[in-house]
Ligand binder design. Structure first.
Ligand code: C2O
Ligand code: CU
Ligand code: CU
Length: 508
């Protein structure tokens, strides 16, 4: 009984004793008072993480952990709360704005917020060493240097990230800029965000996390209910217009192979780090945890009354048939393994309206890195990701809060080639697994991918997360500018990160 209760999200301070809380004996506030005075924010927000309840199903409400926010200074529209959703508010800022965010931790657990995809100073990045205890606050201050794009935020306490994100702690972070604005893309009610997450619920409508313990940690938590913006069986009413659909795979470990149910190709206009150079058409797109894609979806040729689904198609996740393979039908999650097909959400065309927009053929200018742009073009850094004996490893090493190995030290302003390899075997005794590899602090370009038998990746544009199926490897290039300090790189299957498939790199 105690065991089962551990995985639920309990309200109230008494819950802290039941949860496996890693309380750390210190708290930190960002910046000395003198720094604080020098920083004059254009936008100031407060974000509070606390236990809360949402009505997801009829009957008993679901206890979740949730971010809620308030605008202290700046445009009141820079925060949008989604109705009846556990997701945190959408934060909207412009490039070059200075942002101050006061984080209040009202959870019965230590936590810290990470700004996924944003290029911020190391001490503003939400490194797990900077966690704050229950009841404490942390002040973030940074200038938004990123180009326009769909970024997001989530907690990052080591060993607990999977649990906290799953409990509801996540939100979108939109950046806009002049380049994007000139395109006059569908905006306001034509700009729709869709956060896709899978969840498992018990009979009392409560979230269930890792019901099978270590087995679920190895595969990553998989739920059998697909939620969009926190709602199962999500439906979207659209007019006969063109829409911008911003999609975040906010799942702990599920991979989606997205396609339109009627066979129309997907028109992709942006990825993790914003707009592509030009739109590309794909029969399907595969996105791993933390990845984003933006679609141009034009319903102007559909008669009113049409319905359409965004589906996730079958794929081979290379996880079946192994020694640790799932036993069928045991518990939540079993019924929907990674790679199983399902509907993600349904679109209903409900209203006729004249469309005036057309898809821009050029979206942006991106200077593509070439291999020879890297200072280490002939000797790429090699990072190999695999699971061994219930540990997540990178080059055979597991996470250690402050540790940096020799091959993890980087010179400020260098341009580097990294080769990331998923070295989990495709077959045999071990359970091979996908690893979506994420770098903190920087957007990068994927210049080459090897060993793949999928054609659904969008490797163009700027990325902060690259999905590697077993046996796949990718070469990425980026330049490490502006900020020195300790940043993370890790697998974004959150349970793998929590099991140590995460390391520091140090820019100095
Ligand atoms: Cu979304 Cu450490 O990352
Ligand atoms: Cu990140
Ligand atoms: Cu992994």
């Amino acid at each position: 009984m105690i065991n089962r209760r551990q995985f639920l999200y309990l309200a109230g301070a008494g819950a802290a004793n039941l949860l496996n809380v890693h309380a750390l004996p210190f708290t930190k506030a960002a910046g000395a008072a003198s720094d604080r005075a020098a920083f004059s924010p254009d936008v100031e927000l407060s974000l509070t993480a606390s236990p809360s309840e949402v009505q997801i199903f009829p009957g008993q409400p679901t206890t979740v952990w949730q971010y809620s926010g308030e605008v202290i200074k700046g445009d009141p529209n820079c925060l949008t709360h989604l109705k009846q959703s556990y997701l945190g508010p959408i934060i909207r800022v412009r490039q070059h704005q200075k942002v101050r965010i006061q984080f209040q931790n009202s959870l019965p657990a230590t936590s810290i917020i990470h700004w996924h995809g944003l290029h911020v100073p190391a001490r503003m990045d939400g490194h797990p060493k900077d966690v704050i205890a229950a009841g404490q606050t942390f002040t973030y201050e940074f200038e938004v240097l990123n180009r326009a794009g769909t970024y997001w935020y989530h907690p990052h306490p080591h060993g607990r990230t999977g649990h906290q994100v799953y409990g509801g702690l996540a939100g979108l972070f939109f950046v806009s800029d002049d380049e994007e604005e000139k395109l006059n893309l569908p905006a306001n009610e034509l700009d729709i965000s869709l956060v896709i997450q899978d969840r498992a619920f018990n009979r009392d409508n409560q979230l269930v996390y890792l019901p099978r313990g270590m087995h679920d940690s190895m595969t990553g938590m998989l739920g059998d209910r697909i939620c969009v913006n926190g709602k199962p069986d999500f439906e979207l009413a659209v007019k006969t217009r063109a829409y911008r659909l911003r999609i975040l795979n906010g799942s702990n470990s599920r991979i989606y192979k997205l396609a339109w149910s009627n066979g129309t190709p997907l028109t992709v206009i942006a990825t993790d780090g914003g707009l592509l150079e030009k739109p590309i058409e794909k029969k399907y797109v595969i996105i791993g945890p933390a990845e984003r894609i933006e679609l141009w979806a034009d319903f102007s040729n559909y008669p009113v009354g049409t319905s359409l689904e965004l589906v996730s198609k079958y794929f081979e996740a290379a996880m079946q048939g192994s020694a640790m393979g799932p036993r069928r039908g045991m518990m939540a999650g079993e019924s929907l393994p990674n790679g199983a097909p399902f509907s993600v959400f349904k679109i209903n065309v409900t209203k006729k309206e004249r469309e005036s927009r057309s898809l821009p053929q050029k979206l942006s200018t991106i200077e593509r890195y070439q291999l020879q742009d890297a200072d280490n073009a002939n000797s790429p850094r090699q990072f190999s990701f695999f699971m061994r004996h219930m540990h997540g490893l990178i080059n055979g090493r597991t996470f250690n809060m402050q540790e940096v190995a020799d091959d993890e030290r980087i010179r400020l302003n260098s341009t580097e080639l990294w080769e990331l390899a998923n070295d989990d075997p495709r077959m045999g005794m071990m359970m091979p697994m996908p690893h979506p590899v994420h770098l903190h602090g920087k957007q990068f370009q994927v210049i080459e991918r090897r060993g793949t038998h999928h054609s659904g990746y969008v490797d163009d544009g700027w990325k902060d997360t690259v999905l590697l199926m077993p046996g796949e490897r990718a070469r990425i290039v980026t330049n490490f500018t502006d900020y020195k300090g300790l940043f993370l790189y890790h697998c974004h299957i959150l349970e793998h990160g929590d099991m140590g498939m995460m390391r520091n790199y140090l820019i100095s």
